[in-house]
Design a protein around this ligand. Structure first.
Ligand SMILES: Cc1cc2nc3c(=O)[nH]c(=O)nc-3n(C[C@H](O)[C@H](O)[C@H](O)COP(=O)(O)OP(=O)(O)OC[C@H]3O[C@@H](n4cnc5c(N)ncnc54)[C@H](O)[C@@H]3O)c2cc1C
Ligand SMILES: NC(=O)c1ccc[n+]([C@@H]2O[C@H](COP(=O)([O-])OP(=O)(O)OC[C@H]3O[C@@H](n4cnc5c(N)ncnc54)[C@H](OP(=O)(O)O)[C@@H]3O)[C@@H](O)[C@H]2O)c1
Length: 507
């Protein structure tokens, strides 16, 4: 990979690139010799905005759609041979964690683009095939497929000294490397592809895999399986294994988690809190009401089913939603899934847990989450550091103005509205409607986010990108305040935007 270093001084909008040769013919000849994309190069040399979108999962698609609507020129590069990212089973990008039985765990009422309805006949928690079909129809409806180049990996993004970015792409089928120049870059490459592995203390003789590679329960039929991790992957896989012929299913959670029901009193549990409620009512009150409703709907505490209840509140972690495969609490109650605390050590096929108990297992599935990584960006600009985000509003890295991150987020809610909100903010910055604050102010905003997360979420690595759903949507919308608004004008703009937000206009 081309080694990256930050070479660039910040700029929000490019004029003629200082590196551009003056003679157009000379520029073209030199470009051809160096495998440079002439169209992209000359557009930026003319001072036109041209954006590079990296990845076409949900986030990249939102990026492409908004740029198309706003008339901004762009190219999108996708490593796989189709759109959809995570929602493509066996995606040839090698990055998707999709498994045969995967369904959305956020209801279709909220897991939707604000201006493109989910088909009426879809079930409330649709399977991955339907989510993919929805994404495909989104691309066709807004007509931007022609801007996507498939089987093309972005290998490096190098900020330039004056302005803009040099982007190196590699065609995966031919190995051809191309260099292009862009004024802005949208990073939408996802953060659920680089498995985070737990440490194994001792010697385990059985098979070990990660949930990222899990596709179906078939390889585990007749086996005693230990699933590590109490997130959505861990619970989903444990429930499915228990119902699909595993000889024994053990679920180890090093920290107890709240299991959120999919339905509460006949309604998907994620539609109860409306935008106005989410930003006006104190968090603790909403949390207590939700916890009470869940208690009533399941008819008792989760402890009464055999799963320990955490000491922290319901909103203290990224929610683990009751699996699509089967009710995890019922499976625990019926002893089809055995809950265990964290792991002390392994010896041959024996696993000893922190409570001193032991189990014999044949296979371990590590559903222990992911590292959020962006390998094509400069090494000194990571997305997270020491379990905290490095991005302002989870969109802008202060050392990389002109690069916009989409989808680097975990929320108490669906991803699509978060990314739509991120993209409307990014697009305003790209078009110069609003502007970035100075670096020290960005640092203060990031510090505020850290402070909020420290007070409100359990301090684990996986909450580095955690946000409070509605508050975050409002925060990104407020950041869009046009740069020409000052004093009273700014206050009026913010008040109007707040009222629009409360009425449901979240991006
Ligand atoms: C198992 C699982 C289930 C989930 N279920 C839900 C759910 O029900 N509801 C919800 O709201 N969220 C869910 N999420 C969160 C989920 O990650 C998002 O909903 C969303 O699909 C992520 O979209 P994305 O575009 O950000 O990333 P991805 O879908 O991962 O797409 C990223 C794309 O970028 C491409 N790419 C990566 N690197 C490069 C490169 N260098 N060059 C070119 N292309 C590149 C990849 O090939 C991929 O196509 C789930 C996550 C997981 C892991
Ligand atoms: N639609 C769906 O049904 C569905 C299905 C699967 C996943 N998802 C989504 O995919 C994303 C990733 O979910 P995920 O469950 O794969 O990962 P995750 O949310 O990061 O959860 C990882 C789990 O593993 C535990 N863990 C991490 N490191 C560990 C270690 N070293 N030892 C023991 N335990 C460890 C964590 O515990 P701590 O809390 O203690 O760190 C946590 O319980 C989330 O956004 C999730 O919502 C959705």
């Amino acid at each position: 990979m081309v080694q990256n270093k930050v070479l660039r001084l910040g700029c929000s909008k490019i004029g003629a690139s200082a590196e551009s040769p003056r003679d157009p013919q000379q520029e073209k000849d030199s470009a051809v010799q160096h495998n440079v994309d002439v169209q992209a190069m000359s557009a930026t040399a003319r001072g036109e905005e041209r954006v590079c979108v990296i990845g076409c999962g949900k986030s990249g698609l939102i990026g492409c759609k908004v740029l198309t609507q706003r008339g901004v020129a762009f190219d999108c590069f996708e490593e796989g041979s189709q759109i959809g990212g995570l929602w493509v089973l066996n995606n040839d990008s090698g990055r998707s964690a999709c498994y045969d039985s995967l369904r959305i765990n956020t209801s279709k009422l909220v897991t939707r683009f604000h201006d493109f309805p989910v088909p009426k006949h879809y079930p409330m928690f649709c399977p991955h095939q339907e989510m993919l079909a929805y994404l495909e129809s989104y691309v066709d409806n807004f007509g931007f497929r022609k801007h996507i180049t498939f089987r093309t990996q972005v290998v490096s993004v190098i900020p330039q000294l004056k302005c803009g970015f040099t982007v190196f792409t590699k065609a995966l089928d031919t190995g051809k490397v191309l260099t292009r120049h862009y004024t802005s870059v949208i990073v939408a490459c996802g953060h659920h592809w680089d498995p985070l592995w737990p440490k194994f203390t001792g010697n385990f003789m059985g098979s070990v895999s990660h949930s990222h590679g899990y596709r179906s329960p078939k390889p585990f039929v007749g086996k005693r399986v230990l699933v590590i991790g109490g997130g959505n992957s861990g619970m989903d896989i444990a429930a499915e294994l228990a119902l699909s012929g595993a000889a024994k299913t053990i679920l180890s959670c090093r920290r107890p988690v709240h299991v959120v029901p999919r339905w509460v009193f006949g309604m998907p549990s994620d539609v109860a809190v409306q935008p106005w409620l989410g930003v006006t009512v104190p968090r603790r009150w909403v949390e207590l009401c939700a916890a009470g409703a869940f208690w009533l709907s399941r008819g008792g505490s989760q402890e009464s089913y055999g799963l320990p209840t955490p000491k922290f509140g319901l909103f203290g972690t990224h929610p683990t939603v009751n699996p699509g495969a089967g009710d995890i609490l019922q499976l625990i109650k019926k002893k089809k899934v055995t809950p265990k605390p964290g792991i002390l050590c392994y010896k041959d096929n024996t696993v000893t847990f922190l409570d001193g108990t032991s189990e014999e297992v044949d296979a371990v599935v590590c559903a222990t989450g992911y590292n959020a990584k962006v390998p094509f960006l400069p090494e000194d600009c990571p997305v997270t550091k020491d379990g905290k985000t490095e991005l302002m509003h989870l969109v802008v890295h202060p050392k990389l103005p002109g690069v916009y991150f989409l989808g680097f987020i975990q929320a108490h809610g669906p991803m699509i509205p978060c990314v739509e909100s991120q993209m409307s903010y990014a697009a305003d910055l790209i078009q110069g409607v609003s502007e970035l604050p100075p670096p020290e102010k960005m640092g203060k905003t990031i510090a505020k986010q850290h402070d909020f997360n420290r007070k409100n979420f359990t301090q684990v690595e996986r909450h580095a990108l955690m946000v409070e759903f509605h508050r975050y949507l409002l925060q990104t919308q407020m950041a869009r305040c046009p740069k020409d608004k000052r004093g009273l004008g700014k206050k009026l703009w913010r008040t109007k935007r707040f009222l629009q937000f409360c009425a449901g206009q979240t991006c």
